[in-house]
Design a protein. Structure first.
Length: 260
């Protein structure tokens, strides 16, 4: 089976930013491969109910064999891939995450998903994009890549790697027609931030750190990702900050800063 639509893979598509991105790209006319370690059946159901084209795939982004198997299925079904949005990510909430107290297990888990997963995704899709004359890749970074945040050693390291890998891939494959960028979200109202945002004191403090006085919503991140995939024809190797003005205002840490 092939399709006249362009084909986009979205990782982390079970919920949050990944789900919103999959839905947005489908609305923009892409055939979407909604990939997640849990699968993304609800996301696909939403897309198909609205007349879009999508399939759900189970994918552990940290496993090379799973990427290879996914690309084989995508190529057989759709003929190849034109866009990749790497949204899947984890934050270490199960152990201390300072440079001294961080465990090797936690380091390997966070870097495995957040950094290695981005590298493996690009490694998997770029040959198909070259064969199709080009493509777009957007990797989700974080404001944690831009500054130190208390208790987030593994996450800041991983997201710093994401931005470095993004620049490297942009340099290596731009002449092949592949544009590679990243986005750095601020505090977005998703389940990963639910505990902080539900706390009346911490939630209010978090809202106050943006210049517009509120948290971001997943569709707002999806709109930025969709712009880079569909419209950003002269943008490559850049990080698109989507944070409601948090970074320009200096940001104010409050308690557990694991919201970026």
């Amino acid at each position: 089976m092939t399709t006249e639509k362009k084909v986009a893979i979205v990782t982390g598509a079970y919920g949050g930013i990944g789900q919103a991105t999959a839905i947005r790209l489908a609305a923009d006319g892409y055939a979407v491969v909604a990939a997640d370690i849990q699968g993304a059946d609800d996301t696909v159901a939403t897309i198909t109910a609205d007349g879009g084209t999508a399939v759900s795939e189970r994918l552990d982004v940290s496993k090379p064999a799973e990427w290879a198997a996914l690309m084989a299925r995508v190529t057989e079904r759709f003929g190849g891939v034109d866009a990749l949005a790497s949204v899947a990510g984890v934050v270490n909430r199960w152990s201390a995450d300072t440079v001294v107290d961080l465990t090797e297990e936690a380091w390997d888990k966070v870097l495995g998903v957040d950094a290695k997963g981005v590298w493996l995704g690009m490694q998997a899709v770029i040959p198909s994009m070259i064969a199709r004359g080009g493509g777009r890749i957007v990797n989700v970074s974080s404001l944690a890549a831009h500054r130190g945040l208390q208790g987030l050693a593994s996450y800041t390291a991983a997201k710093g790697a994401v931005e470095a890998l993004t620049r490297q891939a942009a340099v290596e494959y731009g002449r092949k027609g592949i544009l590679v960028n990243s986005v750095a979200p601020g505090t977005i109202e998703t389940t990963i931030n639910a505990a902080t945002l539900a706390d009346p004191v911490a939630g209010a403090a978090s809202r106050a750190t943006t210049t517009i006085g509120r948290w971001g919503q997943p569709p707002e991140l999806a709109a930025g990702i969709a712009f880079l995939i569909r419209e950003g024809s002269f943008v490559s190797g850049q990080c698109f900050v989507i944070d409601g003005g948090w970074e320009i205002a200096g940001g104010v840490e409050y308690g557990d800063s694991r919201t970026m």
